[in-house]
Design a protein around this ligand. Structure first.
Ligand code: URA
Length: 266
């Protein structure tokens, strides 16, 4: 379905039919669509891309067998088995698999701190590692500010594949990828999870609230304390004292909960 808008014209709502016919706001006449499909409406935002079709999922969301949690098996090999299982099961993202490789996660399989973003981007796909691009450099700085190294933590994403056509993530994606995130958390058993940015926070917490409301407030995911904060890419775009201060405040909360030494005030 072709859906389009033109924010350049200052038009904030355009109705577009499947065949591309458009109706301006205030036009009370019915759209004369040549298609029998219903008309969709959306609000235009500058630089926004047209919404894309949702991914077609088939079957039922995955169930991870108990054998993946056998504690006699080292955590690292349990994670590796889980990764193989996810790679095999992901024919559910029908449009996605051939051109979007899976990025599973990396770091200490016994970490007490886990960072979770939304989904891999181009750089991550190229390197097969989460947060491998500029946002990753900023994330490394955040981790260092906490007195840790990247190797000390575990980093992953709510979705292990970038959604088709780079469209925004949807709750339906998390129905399919979420069981793997839950399994990663169950195997690693971190003391604290930091969720990076609004899309990941919304997926994981199932919340309609934006990151500005969610950040800085403790939540819980499968009995693990969880702190949402701004995404490092947002920090890169908005490196103001205020935003940096908010992220640092959130990270200090996490440090306190983990018993990590806070830097002396100076
Ligand atoms: N942004 C994310 O949310 N995850 C990544 O891995 C990289 C960028």
């Amino acid at each position: 379905m072709a859906v389009r808008t033109d924010a350049m014209l200052g038009i904030d709502l355009i109705l577009v039919t499947d065949d591309g016919a458009a109706q301006m706001p205030g036009d009370s006449s019915e759209i004369q669509s040549r298609s029998s499909e219903p008309v969709r409406a959306f609000t235009a935002q500058s630089h926004s891309k047209p919404p894309r079709e949702s991914t077609r999922h088939v079957g039922t969301p995955p169930v991870i067998p108990d054998s993946f949690f056998d504690e006699h098996e080292p955590q690292a090999s349990r994670l590796s088995n889980l990764q193989d299982h996810h790679a095999r099961s992901c024919s559910n993202l029908l449009d996605n698999v051939p051109d979007h490789p899976m990025v599973f996660g990396e770091g200490d399989s016994n970490a007490s701190l886990m960072f979770i973003g939304e989904a891999p981007g181009t750089e991550e796909e190229r390197h097969g590692r989460p947060f491998a691009g500029r946002a990753g450099v900023k994330l490394d700085e955040m981790i260092k500010a906490m007195g840790l190294q990247r190797e000390d933590v575990y980093i992953t994403n709510a979705l292990k594949f970038r959604p088709p056509g780079n469209r925004p993530s949807e709750p339906g994606d998390f129905e399919w990828c979420g069981p793997y995130l839950a399994a990663q958390v169950r195997i690693i058993r971190p003391d604290v999870i930091v969720v990076l940015g609004g899309p990941a926070s919304k997926l994981i917490l199932g919340s309609p609230l934006g990151i500005t409301s969610l950040r800085g407030k403790w939540a819980s995911y499968n009995d693990v304390d969880l702190m949402p904060t701004f995404h490092p890419a947002y920090l890169l775009r908005n490196p103001t004292l205020e935003v940096r201060g908010q992220v640092w405040k959130d990270l200090q909360e996490v440090m306190k909960r983990l018993g990590l030494p806070l830097p002396a005030r100076g």
